[in-house]
Design a protein around this ligand. Structure first.
Ligand SMILES: Cc1cc2nc3c(=O)[nH]c(=O)nc-3n(C[C@H](O)[C@H](O)[C@H](O)COP(=O)(O)OP(=O)(O)OC[C@H]3O[C@@H](n4cnc5c(N)ncnc54)[C@H](O)[C@@H]3O)c2cc1C
Length: 534
């Protein structure tokens, strides 16, 4: 597919989409498909090989693959971010490259249960309203639990032990996770990934490839939007850094600006555009962030409600376990060959061997819990017989955070995102205690927290700060919610033609967020097209 990098931003656009993460790509594709002259601006550079991405280890020489394409190189992002993350633009871990975090994530692709829409989304966004959007995501983005092209599963000792523990021991149902998406109580299964033929898939490989064939669509990478330019409540264009110089890109009359910068950066972009809580104005002005912005639009919900899963890593060990560490530069030669020749073997998946869910009712909230089992140990526990359970609370938690700017004016989470309501720590500890009660130490033994811990000991551990607890899972969402910060059509309250369409508008989900983000973008596209010109 062609790589677009020429600059023809001088004309006026019906739709300007800011940020080419999964949401931005989908909404831009849908707008261009409907005939709108659409510009998609991405601050980062290329990622997948087909987009011009060329970062890769030497063992991939002579392959049309970048590090982004190879699922088994997923975890290398934490050791070496290359230029793929937002280190210069956000005070948290997220992707700033074509595809956003969908270019650096594990590819876990779980359909949210219908209860997420029916419970946590407002009118117009219930499951019956979004079900056509769900179908379109399934039709466009391939996914499978069988990732290896030889149809075999690799690195399975952790899966076998977890199944013994949860299915045989604790009564969990063994399910096809997305076929039974609505059931999230005591279910266990193999993860579904949105890979395509053994390589990273997702919106860059699907939606974007359709869009770039259209004459009325333009993708512009390495172009960072500094602010949306407004005339009162109406956007007239954006100010962006194009090839190192600030430039105004104009909207055609009746056009719309759609911010898809992700749950941390979209709120910041609105603030820098003079939209948000008026209490922020003095600090922004002092930092020179409002130069050229003459008026302020009050919308105190911008940045409010930021969510990420509060997680704990539990190291689990047994002599039957053979852990597997994907190696960036020096893979086991047979494994490298299996991948480069047949897209098979351990490098055809990111390292998660199984996932499970349960729920608990607390004060009329149904709280969700998820566990994901990785193929290797972590931090102090990296023996060959150790794997890591990543366990966290999902939907229905009580804590609520905010996006906060640090002293460099980079957006990140405040201190209230994790466990600011004590009921969350209690609920997650109840869940861990209940699954520990069913764990036969002959199957797996927890190493960093004793199996016979009391519920209080578990709560005190998971809410304390250690290498294994209170880590960021990077599932940022919910910072500009529908009905509060944006209206039901995703228009930012107080404005006429400025939208947010990304993880910001998605409520905390029972599963990893990217599938839900894609649904939101598909559904928002329908709503925006129905609005027509503003
Ligand atoms: C390491 C990691 C692993 C993850 N694993 C999974 C997983 O396995 N499964 C899952 O479901 N989810 C996972 N996630 C989360 C998932 O990837 C995100 O929820 C999803 O990508 C959010 O999509 P988005 O479109 O809202 O924004 P993002 O993906 O954050 O994309 C936003 C894009 O906008 C660009 N941008 C922002 N501001 C500007 C600006 N001012 N001008 C120009 N461009 C701008 C950014 O550069 C970025 O490319 C993971 C995330 C991370 C970081």
């Amino acid at each position: 597919a062609p790589v677009q990098n020429e600059t023809r931003v001088d004309s006026a656009w019906d739709i300007i989409v800011i940020g080419a993460g999964p949401a931005g790509i989908i909404v831009a594709e849908r707008m261009s498909k409907a005939g709108k002259k659409t510009l998609l601006l991405e601050g980062g550079g290329p990622s997948y090989w087909i987009t011009g991405g060329r970062q890769k280890p030497a063992w991939l020489d002579n392959q049309q693959l970048s590090r982004v394409d190879v699922p088994g190189l997923y975890k290398s992002i934490f050791a070496d971010q290359g230029n793929l993350t937002c280190a210069e633009h956000a005070n948290a871990f997220t992707g700033c490259t074509l595809g956003g975090s969908s270019a650096i994530n594990a590819g876990l692709f779980f359909e949210p249960p219908r209860s997420d829409f029916d419970t946590y989304f407002p009118k117009g966004w219930k499951h019956k309203d979004v079900s056509a959007a769900i179908d379109r995501v399934y039709d466009t983005v391939p996914s499978d639990d069988v990732y290896s092209q030889d149809d075999k599963f690799y690195v399975q000792s952790g899966y076998v032990a977890a199944k013994k523990w949860l299915v045989d021991g604790a009564g969990y149902a063994n399910v096809d996770i997305n076929k039974e998406a609505d059931n999230k109580s005591k279910v266990f299964g193999r993860p579904i990934f949105d890979y395509v033929n053994g390589q990273r898939g997702g919106p860059v490989r699907t939606y974007l490839q359709d869009a770039i064939k259209r004459k009325n669509f333009q993708l512009q990478m390495n172009t960072r939007v500094e602010r949306i330019i407004r005339n009162g409540d109406t956007a007239t264009g954006v100010s962006a850094i194009v090839n190192g110089t600030a430039k105004v890109i104009k909207l055609a009359s009746g056009g719309r600006v759609i911010s898809s910068g992700g749950a941390l950066q979209s709120p910041a972009l609105l603030w820098f555009s003079g939209i948000g809580d008026p209490a922020l104005r003095a600090n922004l002005t002092a930092g020179g962030k409002l130069d050229g912005v003459s008026d302020w639009i009050n919308n105190a919900e911008v940045g409010n409600g930021l969510f990420d899963n509060p997680n704990t890593f539990i190291e689990l060990s047994n002599p039957s376990i053979q852990s597997y560490v994907h190696n960036y530069s020096n893979p086991i030669p047979a494994d490298a060959l299996a991948y480069t020749q047949h897209r098979s073997g351990p490098y055809s998946f990111a390292s998660e061997t199984s996932a499970f869910w349960d729920t608990l009712k607390v004060d009329n909230h149904t709280i969700g819990f998820q566990g994901t089992i990785d193929s290797s140990g972590f931090a102090d526990w990296t023996s060959n017989n150790t794997i890591t359970l990543n366990v966290y609370g999902t939907s229905g938690l009580f804590s609520s955070g905010k996006v906060e700017l640090n002293d460099q004016y980079l957006p990140g989470p405040d201190n209230n995102v994790y466990y600011s309501d004590s009921r969350d720590g209690d609920a997650i500890a109840t869940f861990i205690h209940s699954i520990f009660a069913k764990l036969d130490p002959k199957v797996l033994t927890p190493l960093n927290i004793p199996l016979n811990s009391t519920q209080t000991q578990i709560r005190d551990y998971i809410t304390s700060s250690t290498a294994y607890t209170r880590g960021e899972v990077n599932h940022w969402s919910s910072s500009c919610r529908i009905g509060k910060c944006v209206d039901a059509n995703t228009v930012v309250k107080g404005t006429k033609n400025i939208h947010v369409v990304d993880a910001s508008i998605v409520a905390p989900l029972t599963v990893n967020p990217q599938f839900g983000v894609m649904i939101a973008a598909e559904h928002a596209s329908d709503l925006i097209l129905k609005l027509g010109k503003y």
